[in-house]
Design a protein around this ligand. Sequence first.
Ligand SMILES: [Ca+2]
Ligand SMILES: [Ca+2]
Length: 90
Amino acid sequence: MLRFWKDYFVLATLALVAIALCLLPGVALAVHCPYDLNFDNVVDGADLSIVLACWGPNPTGSCILADFDHNNSVDSGDVGSLLANWGSCP
Ligand SMILES: [Ca+2]
Ligand SMILES: [Ca+2]
């Protein structure tokens, strides 16, 4: 009896996750568009201004997201990555 409820709980959880992913496409897109720093589904000047505002070594807080190459510095390499991914998110 306990095994039945455990399996039921696992299946119900998986079903809820699948439904959530279908109903919240913005969440799924955000995962696939790391250069969209303000989560508006486009990489543009707004994201570039965030990178420039975060410019420098040892980024903290939300500026960690602007360190695209994870070299512990927001610099020209990150600007280059952003420009290479300019435009609408896939
Ligand atoms: Ca954006
Ligand atoms: Ca970097």
